[in-house]
Design a protein around this ligand. Structure first.
Ligand code: 6R9
Length: 658
């Protein structure tokens, strides 16, 4: 190693990408913004006072006098002596305030059917569902598993559980019977709510058979409540299975919401992590709703009277919990819920929905944005997207080129983009621009929200200087933080609080730029070690997506005899580009020019698809298996299980190329 390389390898994570573009907030939006720069100052002066004030956004049956109890870290209690009902806060209070006629949900089914549900109707439906749960013997403290498509009953089910104090555990509709069984078993759920099926890619896709199979493996479930969505033939277990429409129809639309303790468990949501048994992330009530509500108000600048909000996430992802159900509904939003895929029946479906409902705020994932880029600019151009005024991104680092495309082709070169960093564990947004305040930088989540404390540290836990990379940590407890891993306090401590003393380690790499703004660099498990340099997959992927021929890319480090690891890139080309040795050479040179020679991929493989989870995250672990010529590992959380076969069929066998 040269002297310079030695110096560099002391960095926890290299900082290679430079991005100079800047976008000021639109003047009109800034002038009327829900939250201004004053919030940062206020929160830094009195952090707990700031959160106590945000808690007053909610309606409490018993006002809390305590804000934070951190006497037994890392087990936090927020607003512990307060009591509230989460469903009352999301539904009833808007009706009481005279907004019963406001639409809460515009539901758009994949086949083009749909219905609009007002807050008054939602109150009736949630009350009937709550009464149905009680009839089925579910009471406060019980767990309910929810395995549903993206239909209004998913929202109603979650709110009905919250209303009676049952803890919900939503499981992705795409997960296999085994995955469902282990989650039902771990949570010891008493009831499962599912549907006959849902519509996906133009046809009904059954759901209940997976529950029937799962219940041959998991014990303790007394009833299965089944929503009729597709009308397909459904195998029935008498005595156990109950039709949703039959039991809810006979219930009263009146149900008095009881107040629950602020620390009462609201939901468990399983995250698979990279290895091992899924972790049941536990969230409680008052602190969670405070931060979900505040961040939704601040980050999306929601004006409930005029905005039409649309988050495209699935309800089985934390984004669906916090930014379809609890954040928007606690704020009295009008929102769109869409059941299906973005290309059914055509690739302009999202833009058709935006035009139809006049969507003003759109929250989606980088993977979707890159897919739209691949499909071509002409598709969104056919629709009127002028209603859009704020755009959000979540789930992965957004590459600067995808960010710019989103701004220009969806946001009319006007709408600010909020790149929101957070996790299932954090419960709500932690790092993000504020649309009326922040001068945005394409690809950066920028700074911790008011009341949140985050920084980047090196291997020893020392804060890195501006311009350097390392590990993202959260240095103060926050209201919507996970309280533990369900049934495993020790694993909670070990997983999140033991790498850096007294701080929460998020598992993500990040860097601070010269202004101190934060750029997320992907999971540290994915970081590549090339000739002594820690190189982030995100930066190499962003450089590749910056080339006009590339739509998407995934980069992994494969064991290499000379460099430790060698960079192997998988790329999907844009519509017009074709695979050739010249193009591959040009892409390698392009990365070299953008990031420096150290980051040049050793191999570039052109593929048609990339392996992704249902929430759109690239599963690099599986690509590493391919790059190293191994048998492919566990694929149960893939959105589409055939993708790995497709990729393998497209590539020459490992070892046959240079
Ligand atoms: C909300 C959600 C969490 C992980 C997180 C990080 C990645 C999410 C991001 C982002 C860069 C963003 N992530 N948002 N990375 N920029 N704006 O995605 O929760 O499914 O638990 O995933 O997703 O790696 O640690 P979850």
């Amino acid at each position: 190693m040269t002297h310079e390389e030695c110096a560099l390898s002391n960095e926890s994570l290299a900082n290679l990408l430079k991005e100079e573009r800047r976008f000021a907030p639109p003047a009109e939006l800034a002038a009327a913004a829900n939250v201004t720069a004053a919030a940062y100052a206020q929160a830094s002066e009195d952090r707990l006072g700031f959160w106590a004030e945000q808690a007053r956004r909610l309606t409490w049956a018993v006002e809390p006098t305590e804000t934070l109890d951190w006497s037994n870290p890392p087990f936090a209690k927020w607003f512990a002596d307060g009591k509230l009902n989460i469903a009352y806060n999301c539904v009833d209070r808007h009706v009481e305030a005279g907004h019963g006629d406001r639409v809460a949900i515009h539901f758009e089914g994949e086949p083009g059917d749909g219905r609009s549900i007002t807050y008054a109707q939602l109150k009736d439906e949630v009350s009937q569902a709550a009464n149905a749960l009680l009839e089925l013997g579910v009471t406060k403290g019980d767990r309910v598993a929810i395995y549903l498509p993206m239909i209004p009953e998913a929202v109603v089910s979650m709110l009905a559980c919250a209303r009676i104090g049952a803890t919900h555990s939503v499981v992705f509709g795409g997960f296999s019977a085994d995955a469902v069984a282990s989650r039902i078993q771990d949570a010891r759920a008493k009831l499962v709510i599912t549907a006959d099926g849902g519509y996906r890619r133009g046809k009904p896709s059954a759901l209940k058979p997976a529950i029937d199979e799962a219940l041959t493996k998991a014990e303790g479930v007394e009833h299965v409540l089944v929503v009729r969505r597709t009308g397909q033939d459904t195998v029935w277990t008498e005595g156990r299975d109950v039709w949703w429409h039959e039991i809810t129809a006979r219930q009263s639309t009146e149900h008095t919401p009881e107040a629950h303790e602020a620390e009462h468990p609201l939901f468990i949501l399983y995250t698979s992590g990279t290895t091992g048994k899924p972790k049941g992330i536990l969230h409680t009530s008052g602190g969670y709703l405070t931060q979900a509500s505040y961040t939704h108000h601040a980050v999306f600048d929601l004006k409930p009277e005029t905005d039409v909000y649309w988050c495209t996430a699935d309800i089985g992802w934390v984004t669906g919990h916090s930014y379809i159900v609890y954040g928007p509904l606690s704020n009295g939003a009008t929102q769109v819920i869409y059941e299906g895929t973005p290309d059914t029946p055509h690739q302009g479906r999202f833009w058709e929905v935006v035009q139809k409902y006049g969507v003003t705020i759109l929250y989606t994932a980088p993977t979707a944005i890159r897919t739209f880029m691949k499909w071509g600019d002409d598709i969104p151009a056919k629709f009127d997207l002028s209603s859009l005024r704020v755009l959000g991104s979540v789930g992965e680092p957004i590459n600067p080129e995808a960010w710019i495309w989103y701004r220009e082709h969806i946001g009319g070169s006007e709408a600010p983009i909020v790149d929101t960093w957070w996790q299932t564990e954090t419960g709500a947004i932690m790092i993000s621009p504020l649309p009326g305040v922040t001068e945005t930088k394409p690809g950066s989540a920028q700074r911790a929200l008011p009341g949140i404390a985050a920084t980047v540290v090196d291997d020893n836990g020392t804060e890195v200087a501006n311009g350097s990379g390392g590990y993202l940590v959260l240095t103060e407890p926050w209201p919507s933080m996970l309280r533990t891993i369900w049934g495993d306090d020790q694993r909670y401590i070990d997983t999140y609080w033991s790498r850096f003393e007294g701080r929460y380690f998020a598992g993500d790499g990040a860097k601070k730029d010269e202004d101190g703004d934060i750029w997320l660099l992907g999971r540290v498990d994915d970081v590549m070690l090339v000739s002594g340099h820690n190189i982030s997959t995100t930066e190499v992927e962003s450089a590749l997506v910056g080339h006009p021929s590339v739509a998407e890319s995934a980069v992994v480090g494969a064991t290499d005899a000379t460099t430790g690891q060698a960079i192997v890139a998988f790329v999907i080309l844009r519509g017009t580009a074709t695979d050739s040795p010249e193009l591959v050479e040009e892409l390698r040179a392009h990365v070299g020019r953008t990031l420096g020679p150290i980051a040049k991929p050793k191999q570039i493989k052109v593929v048609g698809e990339l392996p992704k989870t249902r929430s759109g995250k690239i599963m690099r672990r599986l690509l590493r298996d391919i790059a190293e010529g191994r048998e492919i590992g566990d694929t149960t959380t893939l959105a589409d299980s055939t993708v790995m076969n497709l990729i393998q069929a497209q590539l020459p066998p490992a070892g046959s190329e240079g």
